[in-house]
Structure formats: structure tokens, C-alpha cells
Ligand binder design. Structure first.
Ligand code: SAH
Length: 401
């Protein structure tokens, strides 16, 4: 049985939580020390003991847990999770249909608080499901949630990823496989008719970031034909593959991680593109930019999709601190009338601020530009109105004049 704790929250927060703000934050408690056990159920109460909502305690970078229901009589049990997961699945009818037609077989099914289940995401990969746990607290509900998923849909197999520390350490060697049949290694999934080799049982990441699907499609269908393309922070080269399939004359992918060379070659190969016809460079992007500026290289399109934070041997990079600097280098190696695809998944600032970074970079170089289109999260990454900051993705297509 789960521990249930009744907590009165500070009066100044009552309104916000009655209006269904889902993230449980430390500041709302008079004494946050009463929260000890990850996964404990919390009833949030007004100072007059009126019920506001029920959630769980689970420490995440974001906060102290999530509210799951506003119905006093609703218990957090397997039936609750079945209801939520079935709702989420029925909201993805379009994507399951795309799956049946073998156009797109990889998409998000449960997007945390966007689907009323803060702290987990569930992704679909051609019949296999991947549950990602963002706190030990939500992980204590594992049996219920796995059971709920099993009884909500057909599946070939279920996998999991833990994106939280256990006593300060990641549990690395543990298998990600939960139940059902194991997926092939790699599993080939489709996205807009493009093949992707994904590894469901391979540590931190699967090989593809599903939130960029519309951006990739746009790059392929509208911007690549006849172009030279630089993909900076390329990871497995997803943007490069789309550009090549869209008719780019050449792609150059740059990533610091040694594994990116083999991974990117593989993504080209599974799409019948000879990896040797493309350039794949293992290097620090900052180094490469210096080199490219010195050599006066110019590209028709540059995709810039850095991680929010990165630590290399020489320095730490943070998007809020360094994006302008990065953009200025990119602008210098982009041809006149060329396209810069500026992307960030940092939840620390919104689109306004991101557009200010772009403005500042061009201003400092006395350059001019047009914004052609912008993207945020795709429809399978549902966001709720009460937690708009859940829509972390910002992508801007810029034309350099
Ligand atoms: N654009 C990719 C996702 C990028 S993930 C995609 O669409 O799939 C961030 C990547 O940045 C990681 O692969 C990481 O290895 C790489 N990276 C981090 N710091 C870097 C640096 N200084 N130079 C080059 N690559 C870096």
C-alpha cells in the first residue's frame, strides 16, 4: 500500500493549483521535509482543508512531483492508469493510422503532463512501447503502469528507460527490456517514409528524437533540393538523411561523439544512401566552425540543434549563454539567401527570447534576415493549457539576406 500524505499548501498558491497547474513545486509547502518517500501519494489541501488535487511525490529537475487528479474520489491505481493511457491512445488515432499504412511507425503516445501523467512518457516504435521514467517516485508505480499499458493496447514488447538517479548513480547495465518479445537490434521504424534504425535496449537514447518529425519533413520537402547542407550537433544524422533524400547535393554532419560516425553511416545505409557519398565528421562543433570560417566554407543550409547543456573537455556549453555566439558563426558560413534552421529544446526560455537571440546575432554582424517559418512540438507531443512551458521545442527557419 502507498503512503498517503495530506498537505495544506501555502494560501498564495491555492488559486494556481485550483486552476489545475500540474507541477508540484517545493515553494508551496510550509515544510517540504514532510515529503520523504518517493512515490508517496499527496493530497493537496487548502488552508481550510478543502481538497484541491491528488498527486505523487517524485523529485525531478523540474519539481517535486505531479498532480494526477482533481477528483477527490479518484484513486491512483491500475484502473486510473488504464483510463489515462486509453485516453492518450485514442488521441493518437491519426498516428496509429499512419502506422497501419507504414508511413510513420514511431511516435509519442503519452506525453507526461500533456496527457495528465506527469513524470512519464510512452513512445511507440512499430508495435513496441518504450516507457521513460523521470523520477523514482513515478517508477514506484511501475507495476500498475505496465499492467495498464498491457490492457490498453496490443503490443509486441515493452521497454523502459530510467531518466533519474538512483542514489546519485545511474543504473546503467540493467536491461531496458520489460516484457513481451524482444525487438530486433536494430529495429527499423518509419517516419514519413524514411527508415530509422533504432535500438530500444541501448542505454540513454534510442537513436531518434521523435519531436522533430515535422521539421525533418519540411527540410526534405521544401528546402533541400540542390543544396549543400551542414548539420551541426548531428547525433545519428537524422536531419542529414532527410536532406539527402530531399535532393541535397551533399550533407556534412558534425558531432563530437565518436559513436556518431557509425550511427550516421547506418542511418544513411538503411535508406539506400551510400554513406561515403556524404561527409561525417567527428569533431567539436566550435572547432569545426572556426575551421570552416578560416577556410571560407559556405553552405546553402545549416541545421543548428545543440543540446541544452553540454560539457566537453575544454568547456561547458549552455544554450541560454552561447546560442548567439553559435548563430554568429553559422551566419558567417551560410550563403546569401541560404537557410539556417535554428533549433533548441531548452525549456528555460520561450520563443520570444529565442527570436531575440536570432535578432541579436544578426544585429551584431550587421546582417539582415527573414523568418520563413517556425515550429513547436508536433501533435503527438501533447501539451496541456495549464502547463504551456511543456512545449519546449522551438525551431525557426531563417533566410539570410
Ligand atoms: N540534432 C540531433 C540531436 C542532437 S543531440 C538530431 O536531430 O537527432 C545533441 C548532440 O550534440 C549529441 O549527439 C552530442 O554528442 C552532441 N554534442 C554535444 N556537444 C557537442 C560539441 N561541442 N560539438 C559537437 N557535438 C556536440
Amino acid at each position: 500500500m502507498k503512503n498517503i500524505i495530506d498537505v495544506k499548501i501555502k494560501p498564495q498558491y491555492t488559486n494556481e493549483y485550483q486552476n489545475r497547474y500540474p507541477l508540484i513545486q517545493k515553494e508551496i509547502f510550509n515544510d517540504a521535509d514532510i515529503l520523504k518517500e518517493e512515490g508517496a501519494i499527496i493530497n493537496l489541501l487548502t488552508s481550510n482543508n478543502k481538497f484541491i488535487g491528488r498527486g505523487y511525490y517524485g523529485r525531478q529537475n523540474k519539481g517535486y512531483g505531479w498532480v494526477l487528479t482533481y477528483d477527490k474520489n479518484e484513486e491512483i491505481n491500475t484502473a486510473f492508469f488504464i483510463k489515462k493511457i486509453k485516453e492518450a491512445i485514442s488521441n493518437r488515432e491519426y498516428f496509429y493510422e499512419q502506422g497501419k499504412q507504414n508511413i510513420t511507425t514511431a511516435f509519442r503516445v503519452v506525453n507526461g503532463e500533456g496527457d495528465g501523467l506527469g513524470g512519464i512518457t510512452i513512445d511507440y516504435f512499430d508495435g513496441y512501447y518504450m516507457i521513460t521514467w523521470y523520477s523514482l517516485g513515478i517508477y514506484t508505480f511501475k507495476d500498475m503502469i505496465v499492467e495498464a499499458l498491457k490492457s490498453s493496447t496490443e503490443y509486441k514488447g515493452i521497454y523502459e528507460k530510467k531518466r533519474f538517479d538512483t542514489k546519485g548513480q545511474y543504473v546503467e547495465n540493467e536491461s531496458d527490456f520489460v516484457c513481451g518479445t524482444e525487438a530486433p537490434k536494430p529495429l527499423i521504424v518509419k517516419e514519413n517514409d524514411v527508415n530509422f534504425a533504432v535500438y530500444l535496449d541501448d542505454g540513454a537514447m534510442t537513436g531518434i528524437f521523435l519531436d522533430q518529425k515535422e521539421v525533418r519533413k519540411t527540410i526534405r520537402d521544401k528546402y533541400s533540393k540542390g543544396k549543400t547542407v551542414l548539420n551541426a550537433f548531428s547525433y545519428t544524422g537524422a536531419f542529414s538523411v532527410y536532406a539527402a533524400l530531399g535532393g541535397a547535393v551533399k550533407t556534412t554532419s558534425v558531432d563530437l561523439a565518436k559513436r556518431s560516425l557509425a550511427k550516421t553511416s547506418e542511418q544513411f545505409a538503411v535508406n539506400d544512401i551510400d554513406p561515403n557519398s556524404q561527409e561525417i565528421i567527428v569533431d567539436d562543433v566550435f572547432n569545426y566552425f572556426k575551421y570552416a570560417v578560416k577556410k571560407q566554407y559556405k553552405f546553402d543550409m545549416v541545421v543548428l540543434d545543440p543540446p541544452s547543456f553540454a560539457r566537453s573537455k575544454k568547456m561547458t556549453f549552455s544554450v541560454s549563454k552561447d546560442y548567439v555566439k553559435l548563430l554568429k558563426e553559422v551566419i558567417q558560413i551560410t550563403n546569401k539567401n541560404g537557410i539556417i534552421v535554428a533549433s533548441t529544446n531548452s525549456a528555460n526560455f520561450g520563443m520570444m527570447k529565442f527570436r531575440q537571440f536570432i535578432e541579436q546575432a544578426f544585429k551584431e554582424l550587421r546582417g539582415r534576415y527573414d523568418i520563413l517559418e517556425t515550429f513547436s512540438l508536433p501533435k503527438d507531443f501533447r501539451v496541456c493549457n495549464e502547463f504551456k512551458e511543456g512545449d519546449y521545442l522551438k525551431v525557426v527557419f531563417i533566410k539570410k539576406r
